[in-house]
Design a protein around this ligand. Structure first.
Ligand code: C5P
Length: 409
């Protein structure tokens, strides 16, 4: 439901990317609404879009020259395509045709609009518009899911009667609804003010200068939580073991290798946080001593003495005062029962238990949230997923916020 509160659009730079579809006519009204709310709007049209509405119309409404050619010497002399990619606070693609979604999902850069999307770091919102059968086609569903997982906001589509005579999902949202969705993207996030610290990835415990003990943790779940929490306005510190992932935008990262380094990094900043989320797969044991030179192979067998690593989350949970403590438990069997036991034993406020082998390294997850009820020894639970780690991360953060607010009362 549109709230019509467009105040946050004032002084925002919005790049409106139009692709070929009959809904392009709605962009005239959309541009008028964005301009009226105080945004600076630049319009980029694909060739197909110009068949539905003229660039002159969009130029008159936006007050800026419309861009539609990738190799246009005049336009490059004014605002070149890389400069244009750096310019917006938000890129809104409306209407987003099935063909355009497919090209974008494939990472193509065959025209100005796809090139801009590849070159830009701005958030992207997509307003799909197409025939209902095209929208429901598995190819389009996969493209949309790919783009959603990459962080695009998908606005609509609406369901109803279509220009082609069909009825079903695929109608582009109305201009007022699109303007309202854009305005909400500039509102302070729903987690703003909350300070969250997250451990992620594996730890590595050195045997000698070239060998170590570790595990298969990819860091994807912890990084997804960090990205989603930061996108929702939280202040996020990520204490990360060695992973092959980029630090998400607006996240403060501390890189560590061993469990002991992770513990001291956590102790150094735990007091400045409201919530601790331990997603890291911390090695339970480390070699008693890391040999300073490379161990040579000689005997048929070799013995390695290991010593227990400190339990980071239990150590932090035992301090007073302490943040809200959220743990993870990756188990291969009895997932819920072992999870509930871990929740009690480590003194946690909330725990997400999941099946270890299918989760490690995957982009998908199914987790059972476990927390204590008000009655004696009562454990409450809620299943999240299976779904992409970003989506499940948002559900987890929403539950964390609910439990955090409940504890403060
Ligand atoms: O005992 P287990 O390793 O299954 O517990 C998992 C939970 O405990 C996770 O939240 C993990 O980050 C945390 N943990 C920890 N320090 C350890 C071992 C686990 O913080 N040494």
């Amino acid at each position: 439901m549109a709230s019509n509160n467009l105040a946050t659009l004032a002084n925002k730079r919005i790049l409106l990317g139009m692709t070929g579809g009959i809904a392009a006519y709605k962009c005239a009204e959309l541009t008028r609404l964005l301009i009226k709310a105080g945004s600076d709007v630049r319009v980029v049209m694909t060739k197909a879009a110009t068949e539905f509405i003229t660039p002159l119309t969009m130029q008159a409404l936006s007050g800026n020259r419309v861009h539609h050619e990738l190799l246009d010497a005049d336009a490059e002399a004014g605002m070149g395509h890389i400069e244009l990619a750096r310019w917006p606070d938000l890129i809104l693609i409306a209407p987003a045709s099935a063909d355009f979604l497919a090209r974008m999902a494939a990472g193509q850069a065959g025209d100005l609009l796809t090139t801009l999307l590849l070159a830009s770091k701005a958030p992207v919102a997509l307003a799909p518009a197409m025939n209902q059968a095209m929208w429901l086609n598995p190819a389009t569903r996969e493209n949309i899911e790919t783009l959603r997982l990459r962080g695009c906001h998908i606005l609509g589509p609406d369901s109803g009667s279509q220009a082609c005579g069909d009825t079903g999902p695929g109608r582009m949202l109305e201009p007022v609804e699109l303007a309202d969705a854009c305005a909400r993207m500039f509102s302070p996030g729903w987690l703003s003010g909350l300070r969250i610290m997250i451990t992620a990835g594996p730890t590595r415990e050195a045997i000698d200068p070239v060998r170590f003990i570790s595990n298969h943790s990819s860091g994807k779940m912890g990084y997804a939580l960090a990205a989603e929490a930061a996108a929702a306005g939280a202040q996020v510190t990520l204490i990360s073991g060695p992973v092959a992932l980029a630090v998400p935008d607006r996240v403060q990262a501390v890189h560590v290798t061993t469990a002991l380094e992770m513990l001291s990094a956590c102790l150094a900043c735990v007091d400045a946080h409201d919530v601790f989320i331990g997603v890291a797969a911390v090695a339970d044991y480390r070699p008693v001593e890391a040999v300073s030179h490379k161990i040579k192979k000689a005997a048929e067998t070799m013995e390695l003495s290991l010593v227990r690593n400190p339990d980071i989350i239990a150590t932090l949970a035992g301090r007073t005062p302490r943040p809200m403590m959220v743990g993870f438990a990756a188990e291969t069997d009895n997932v819920t029962a072992y999870g509930a036991d871990k929740l009690r034993r480590k003194g946690l406020d909330l725990l997400f238990a999941n099946e270890a082998t299918s989760t490690f390294g995957s982009d998908y997850v199914c987790a059972t949230a476990l927390w204590r009820g008000t009655e004696h020894d009562q454990i409450l639970s809620n299943v999240m997923g299976p779904a992409g780690k970003s989506l499940v991360a948002r559900q987890m953060l929403s539950l964390i916020q609910t439990r955090w607010l409940a504890a403060k009362q």
